[in-house]
Design a protein around this ligand. Sequence first.
Ligand code: ADP
Ligand code: ZN
Ligand code: ZN
Length: 752
Amino acid sequence: MTSCEYANIIIDISHEKVDRLFQYRIPDRLKEKIDVGSPVEVPFGRGNTLRKGYVMELTDEANWEPSKIKEILNIPADSESAEEISIKLAAWMKKYYGSTMIAALKTVLPVTKKQNKQVHKFVSLRMNLREATEYYHECVSKKQKARERIMAELLATPDERIPYELITGKLHVTAATLKSLSDKGIIRIDEEEYFRKPVAGDSSRYGTKELSPEQKEIVDSFVSDYDTGKRDTYLIHGITGSGKTEVYIALIDEIIKRGRQAIVLIPEIALTYQTLMRFYRHFGDRVSVMNSSLSPGEKYDQMERARTGDIDIIIGPRSALFTPFPNTGIIIIDEEHESTYKSESMPKFHARETAIELAKLVPGGASVVLGSATPSLESYYRAEKGQYHLFELKRRLTGGTLPQVEIADLREELRSGNRSIFSRRLQELMEDRLSKGEQAMLFINRRGLAGFVSCRSCGYVFKCPHCDVSLSEHRGGRLVCHYCGYEQPLTKICPKCGSKYVSSFRAGTQQIEDEVKKFWPGARTLRMDADTTRTKGSYDKILSAFAAKEADVLVGTQMIVKGHDFPDVTLVGILAADMSLYASDYRASERTFQLLTQAAGRAGRGEKPGNVVIQTYEPEHYSIQTAKNQDYEAFYEEEIAYRDLLRYPPISHMMSVQIMSYDEELGMQFANRLRAIMEQNKKDGAIFIGPASAAIGKINDVYRMAVYVKMDDYQGLIEYKDMLEKYIRGLEDEGKLKKISVQFDFDPVNGF
Ligand code: ADP
Ligand code: ZN
Ligand code: ZN
C-alpha cells in the first residue's frame, strides 16, 4: 500500500521514546502490505538482533548513505497485545482526524514515568455515633465549615472508609484539617498498600438497588446481546435522576462477572463526590479514578494497576479511554453530548467515535454505552437510523417535582422601562427565596464567544445570509461571518423595527454579582467562572461551600449547571439565554438547548418545588421553547431539519482546515491556496466555504483563519486532508513553510 522506499520505525513503544525513529528500506515484496502503523520485524543494532517495530512514517528520502540502510525483514503475523491495539488505534486516529503518527501515538500511549510505591489512605470515624454527632454540632455552631462537611459525610455512612483523596479533592478538606481531626481521636486514617485484591464477593458488599422495570430491560437486553456475541453501541436517553448511573453499575457488574473490564468516561466537571462514592461503595478497591490533577507518577501507577489486573474499572475524563486493560468489555460515556469529549489539540479526536473504534479493536470486541439527558444530535440521529440501539428512561426516580419553567421576554422589560439585568419576575422570585432562606443560582450563558449583535427592542439578530449563523462584531464597526467571511457594516438602526437599541450583548459574572449586591444588599454571594476557578481545587471548594449553605446566591457560567445536587436551590435564573444561541457556529442551538435543560434541572432537586426563569430576547426560538417544555424530541426534529437544510453534521460531514500565521496576509494567501488545491480536485458533492477569519481571529499575535469543506462522504474529506497534508509536507521538506501551521478538525464541536 505504499510506493515509498523507506520506513521510519519505532522500536521501543513508549510515550517518551516515540520520537526516536530508525530508518529501514522497504523491500519490494512488502510494499503491498506496509502502511503507517504496520508492525514489522527488523534487524536491530550491531548484532542485528531481531526486533519488532512499528512504522511511523513513510518517505522516499534517505536519512543517510542509502547503501547502509538495513532492510525490513518481515511483517509478523497479527498479534493482539495491548500495545498492538494502541498502535492500531493511533493509526486510525491519524487517518480519521489528521495528525502525525507520533502525535497520535503520544495520545494513546500512557506515560511511563515510574514512581515509588503508593499507599492508599482511607478515612473513617473513630468515635461512637453519639460523640461524633455532638462534635458535628460543635463544628456547626463554631462555623467550622470544612469540619462540618467531612463530619456530615462520615455520619451519613458511619461504617464506611472513605478514600482520602476523595475528601481532600472533592470535599475540599485540607490535609492539615484531617491530621488535626485524627490527632484529636475523632477520625482514623488508615494506610494500606495499593494492589490489595478484595476477597471474592467483597465487591457486592453494597448490593445493587432493585432495578425498575425500565432499568432492568436495558440490562437484560444488553446482557442477552453480549452473551450471544453481539457487540453494539447503546444510547440511554434519560433525564437526570432517571437512574442511568444505577444502570451503568449493573452493566459493569455483569461485565466483571464475565472476566472483563470497564472504562467509564465522565466529564471531569461532572464527576462529583456523590457519584464517586457510589462506585466506591459498590466496587470497593477494584475501581480507580483518573483526573487531570494527578501527577505523571500517579497516572503511571493507575495504568500499571489496570495493566496488571489489579483494578477492573477506571473512571475518568477523555484520556481514561486509553487505559491499557487486558480485556476491556464495556466503555461507558456519561453525558455523551459534552464538548469536552472532543480533543482540542491534534489529533482532534472525539472520545465517542474513538471508543467505538477501540471497542472493535479489543480482542473479542467491547460494547459502548452512551448516556445523556440531552443526547448529541449525532448520537440521536444514529439511534434513529438504527446504528445505535436506543433506550429511554422516562421517569425520575428521586421523587421531587419537576420545576416550573417560565420565560421572561426582555423586549417586554425594556418596553415597560425596566433596564436592569433582572426581569421583574426574577426580582420577585429572588426576594421571595431570600426571605425564606432558600438558595438561588444565577447563570449566564457565556458559551461560545458571544460577539453577536442584536436589537434589544425587537430581538432581531444580525446573521450571515449564506450560513445562517450569527455575525460577530469586529473592530472598525464590521459584522463578520466566521464560516464564509461575509461582511457588512454595523448599522446603528435595527433593520426590522427601526429602533436604535442595536448593540452587542456584554455582561459578565462580575457585573451580575455586583448587581445582586446592589439589589439585595444582605444576600451572600459566591461566584464561579474562569477567573475564580483558576487555582487547583477552587472549583470543588466553591461548590462545597455553596452546598454547605455558606452563600445564598451562586452566580456563574455554564460551570455551575453540571451534575450537582443542591437540595435547597429553589430558583434558577438564566440571565441571557441568547448568549449561546447566537454563538457563531452551527452547534449554537444545540448547546443552548443542552445548557438550558441542564440549568433548569438544577431547581427543585429536593423536597421543595423549584422555579426557573429564562430571560431572553427571542422567546419564540425553538431551543428556548423546547427547553422550557423539557421536550427533547421536539428540539431534535427542529434542529435536524436545520442541519439538513444547510448540510451541517450529522447529516453531512464537515472538515475545518485551520491555518495559523504570524502574518495575516500570508496566512490568508495560504488558506486560499489550500482551497484552490482542493477545488482543482473537485469531488462530487463537496462544498467549499471560506477562508474566513476564525471566531477568535488572533491569539498571542498569531492570526487564525479557516477553510471549511462540507461533504456527505467522510472518506472524501479524508482524501482532501491527505492531499493537503502531502502538499504541506512537501513545502516543509523544502523549508518553504515558514510562519504558518495547519491543523484539521473533523465535524468540529468547539468553535475555532
Ligand atoms: P442518573 O444517573 O440518570 O442521574 P441515578 O442513577 O443517579 O440517575 O439515579 C437517581 C437517583 O435514584 C439516585 O439517588 C439513585 O440512587 C436512585 N435510584 C436509581 N435507580 C434506583 C432504583 N432502581 N431504585 C431506587 N432508587 C434508585
Ligand atoms: Zn429591532
Ligand atoms: Zn457565512
